[in-house]
Structure formats: C-alpha cells, structure tokens
Design a protein around this ligand. Structure first.
Ligand code: SF4
Length: 312
C-alpha cells in the first residue's frame, strides 16, 4: 500500500450504511497507525441523512464531501420538499472548518434552464465549489443544446462575479489545470471500486453501468471478480483486466464524424466513457450530443481563462 491513498464512499446513498462507513474509517486509521499509510476520505451523498454523529466523523477525519443538490431544479427531479432540508444540512457542514465541501448539480434537457441560477444560489450559500454535471442519460435535442450554450455562458459570468468577490471562481468545471496530453480513464489503473455485492471494478460507475448486462462479453471484459475469490488469482487477474481498462482513452474513442484523434479538442477534451455510454451507446462511442456538450463547456472554459488572465 502507498503512503497516501484515497478511500471514497459512493452509492446509491452511503449514509444508509453509516455504521459501515464508520467501521471502514476506524479500520483504515488503525491500519495507518500500524503501516504508516495515510488515508484521505471522501463521500458522495444526497445530503438528506446527515446526522450530528456523521458531521463529527467527517470533521474529525477531514472528509471531502460531495453533496448532490440540483438547486432550483431540485424539486422538479428529486424528492418534493427535499430542498429546505438539504440547504439546512449544507449550512451545518459549512460551519465545520475541516470538512471540504462541494455540491454537485445535475442538469438534463428538462431542467437546463435552472443551471446558472442554481449555481449562483449555491455559491451564495457560501459553498466553495459547485460542480455542474450535464446528464448524458437523455438525448439532448438542438433546442436544449441551444439553451445549454446560453446557460454555460451565464455560468461563466457567475464564476467571474464569484472570482471578483472571493478570489475563487467557485465552479469546479472551470477550475484546475488541464495539463498536457490526451484524456485516459484512470479506472482499473490507480483506482478500484468495490460494489455492495463484493464485485471489484475499475471505478464506481461500472457496477451501475453493467447492472442487467451480466451475461454480456463486455461485462466479463471489465469485471475483476469478487474480492474474496480474487485473493487466489490476484496476480493474474488484475493485470489482465486492467489492460482492458487501459484502452479506455480518447485515442480509442470516436463520434459519428470519426475518431476523436483528429479533433482539434483532442488535447483538452475529457469525456468519461461510462457517462457518455449511459444512453446505451457502446463504451468509447461518444454520442454526437455528448460531443457537442464537451465543446460548449471547453469554449466557455477557454473564454473564462482569457478573461481572468486579461488576454484579448
Ligand atoms: S470534442 Fe467530441 S470529437 Fe472532440 S475529442 Fe471530445 S468527444 Fe471527441
């Protein structure tokens, strides 16, 4: 085990099994004391089951928390009446100095008109980072893509306003350096995910993506097996399956217009193959609307960078 590693809790809703989360943290801490390894924790939750005990644990172990909250679209697509409860919980978490908080807001063609205003409202609560996610489960007709263009432009303005006020753009989509080179999926390379049934995958998105596809060749290609069974064949199975994951890189992806390799955005686009395939296309085949969504986001990101550096 390396000196530092990340232990991430995803769902479904991990706080439905808070006792297990607690147990895993105590175990990792004990292991850390014995081996010198240092765990870092993160947890993704819908924010509805946050108790005082959970907040104490998150604060003590300096969790990075990602709360799924869709702002003004929340009541349209999630549980009615959930907004007020989640906002209250966000405020409780913001009062804890050692919790690193990010809100993830998901928008669909049906809720895209809420995008920029939702981000503004969430930042105004004092949340330091908002990730805007564009759902690829539904197809995006031209009219919705047009609205997305306008909303992403407005989102850039929200980010600039926030930067002027706080020195932080606040929108995770616009943060961080993109580095050089082309995108590859890190699933099965430097990370693994264990599903509730004990199945081992390259990343947390895979078990959900392959649910109901257990008899397919693709399932067998990306499934490492159950953790308990793997102990006997670890040395052989891990490299064999990891080699399949290693092919999930942009140079192997394509849209209906041709290979991504020839796209001017090849070195800047980072499209998650699983998210892109949620509407039913095969892994590595990027639907044209998902490709257009990437381009819209990249354009706004570039404009923001220019505005912030004062370039023309
Ligand atoms: S913008 Fe589209 S074509 Fe270009 S690299 Fe991204 S997904 Fe591929």
């Amino acid at each position: 085990m390396g000196k530092e590693y990340s232990l991430n809790f995803y769902g479904g809703e991990p706080l439905l099994c808070f006792g297990l989360v607690k147990k895993a943290v105590y175990f990792a801490e004990k292991l850390g004391r014995e081996s010198g390894s240092r765990p870092r924790y993160s947890l993704t939750t819908n924010g509805s089951l946050i108790t005082d005990e959970a907040i104490r644990l998150f604060n003590k172990y300096r969790f990075a928390l990602e709360i799924s909250f869709d702002g003004t679209a929340q009541e349209t697509c999630r549980q009615e009446g959930s907004s007020a409860r989640i906002i209250r919980n966000i405020q409780r978490l913001l009062a804890c100095p050692d919790i690193q908080l990010e809100v993830n807001s998901v928008f669909t063609p049906g809720t895209v008109q809420h995008l920029s205003e939702s981000a503004r409202i969430i930042l105004d609560l004092g949340v330091p980072s908002v990730q805007v996610s564009i759902s690829a489960i539904e197809r995006w007709p031209k009219v919705s893509l047009r609205r997305l263009r306008a909303e992403m432009k407005a989102l850039r303005e929200v980010a600039i306003e926030n930067f002027r006020r706080t020195g932080n753009v606040g929108i995770a989509n616009f943060k961080g350096s993109r580095g050089k080179g082309f995108f590859f999926c890190a699933g099965g390379q430097d990370r693994f995910a264990i599903a509730p049934d004990g199945g081992l995958w390259g990343c947390f998105l895979f078990p959900g993506f392959f649910r109901g596809k257990e008899k397919t060749a693709e399932f067998r290609k990306y499934y490492f097996g159950r953790v308990n069974d793997l102990a006997v064949s670890l040395k052989k199975t891990i490299p064999r399956v990891a080699a399949k994951y290693a092919r999930l890189s942009l140079d192997n992806f394509s849209t209906s217009l041709g290979p991504c390799l020839f796209c001017p955005e090849f070195e800047t686009c980072a499209v998650c193959p699983v998210a892109a395939a949620l509407s039913g296309s095969p892994l590595g085949k990027i639907p044209d609307d998902v490709c257009e969504i990437q381009r819209i986001q990249l354009r706004e990101r570039r404009k923001l960078d220019k505005e912030l550096t004062g370039a023309s």
